[in-house]
Ligand binder design. Structure first.
Ligand SMILES: Cc1ncc(COP(=O)(O)O)c(C=O)c1O
Length: 380
């Protein structure tokens, strides 16, 4: 049998526009944080419909700074999900707080809002939900819980652009929201992140903290002709974004709707064909008032050896992935926080069954059909 062409799990949609934009920045000789970063922040804030956007070096940095600026620290607790990438809980650990995990809803894969209140203690300071795969969490209930218990809502929206909950963009609905522009994300800057907030009080400290706590960044100093003088006004971190990254981000933002449309078309074909296969449960959609970002397409297998399924697809030149190994199954989280197997049964059960299929805007209809036909063959 003739071998399929290799179908990657994910690939950024980069074309001449990004290449030219980066070349322009390089030619300008101002390659770190400067005018392009400002421009990207303004464009991003406008796109989301939020007052402030603060560009940083990653989503992990965005989550960390969000915790620092709200004063969350040693001995505090932050409630999040075990069904996420380690960065979510890692950022909580950076400030000395404890990530308190709450099991998931096995259909949406998002945190089970009905189990959150049981996990709240006098030490709980915030909820950190994750919109897994780009499906918005139940924000209304999360708000209600935050109001009732006086908690902050810090959103991990690494997967959630462009996502909407009841007509409002993710990024406008929490005290602070963290986005990722890592290479495989729905829009990329290679590495990068953004914090969005409607709070004026958080904005200036975040801008200062992302670059060593210096009161003016190099761009502001040079444009004010006071090249060398600065003050350190707060604690700081090296979390700034460069103009090279921002130039890519600006191009990606212009294409975001087109790229999302491509993702939706792919999803439609997957849904139509895979829903006919009894061993597969297709992912839960967003309700009609919300919008799924479709960062990942996660199917659940019934009565099939998941690892063998992934390996067999790999033999057919089709690259899949698994999202996620629940955090409490990792050695570090067990040793550090005393979590163990059996603590979050829904996350564990789902983990055994999930496979993330190839999904990115450059995937052609013919690629999608190759994936579907291979799956049909394997499961027949
Ligand atoms: C849910 C989630 N949160 C946070 C991150 C961290 O993003 P970054 O690589 O931009 O720090 C990721 C990255 O994949 C993620 O999937």
């Amino acid at each position: 049998m003739e071998q399929n062409p290799f179908i990657p799990f994910s690939r950024p949609w980069i074309d001449e526009t990004e290449i030219e934009a980066v070349s322009e920045v390089l030619a300008s000789k101002w390659i770190s944080t400067g005018a392009r970063v400002r421009e990207f922040e303004r464009a991003f804030a406008e796109h989301i419909g939020v007052k402030h956007a603060i560009a940083v070096s990653s989503c992990t940095a965005a989550l960390h700074l969000s915790l620092v600026v709200t004063g969350i620290g040693i001995d505090d607790e932050v409630i999040t999900t075990p069904y996420t990438f380690t960065a979510t809980a890692e950022a909580i650990r950076y400030v000395g707080a404890k990530p308190v995990l709450v099991d998931i809803n096995p259909e949406t894969l998002n945190i089970d809002v009905n189990k959150i209140e049981k996990a709240i203690t006098p030490k709980t300071k915030a909820l950190m939900p994750v919109h897994i795969a780009g499906l918005p969490c139940e924000m209304e209930t999360l708000h209600h819980i935050c109001q009732k218990h006086n908690l902050l809502l810090i959103d991990d929206a690494a997967h959630a652009i462009p996502a909407e909950y009841k007509g409002q963009c993710i990024g406008t609905l929490a005290d602070l929201t963290a986005f990722s522009f890592y290479a495989n994300k729905n829009i990329t800057t290679a590495e990068g992140g953004m914090i969005t907030t409607n709070s004026d009080a958080y904005t200036e400290p975040l801008r200062t903290m992302r670059l060593h706590g210096i009161d003016k960044d190099a761009w502001a100093r040079q444009s004010k002709r006071s090249i060398w003088r600065y003050d350190i006004t707060t604690e700081g971190y090296k979390y700034n974004m460069t103009d090279i990254q921002a130039a890519i981000g600006l191009c990606q933002l212009m294409k975001i709707n087109k790229m999302h449309e491509r993702r939706q078309n792919i999803i439609q074909i997957y849904n139509e064909e895979l829903s006919k296969i009894p061993q597969i449960n297709i992912p839960a959609p967003a309700d009609e008032t919300s919008k799924h970002a479709w960062h990942l397409y996660i199917i659940q297998l019934n009565g099939v050896d998941r690892d063998l399924f992934v390996e067999t697809l790999r033999d057919e030149n089709i690259e899949c992935s698994v999202h996620y190994v629940p955090l409490h199954l990792f050695d570090f989280y067990q040793k550090q926080y005393g979590y163990s197997v059996g603590d979050f049964p829904c996350a564990e059960k789902v983990f055994e069954k999930v496979v993330s299929l190839p999904l990115h805007p450059a995937l052609t209809e013919s690629d999608v059909n190759v994936v579907i036909n291979a799956i049909k063959r394997i499961l027949a």
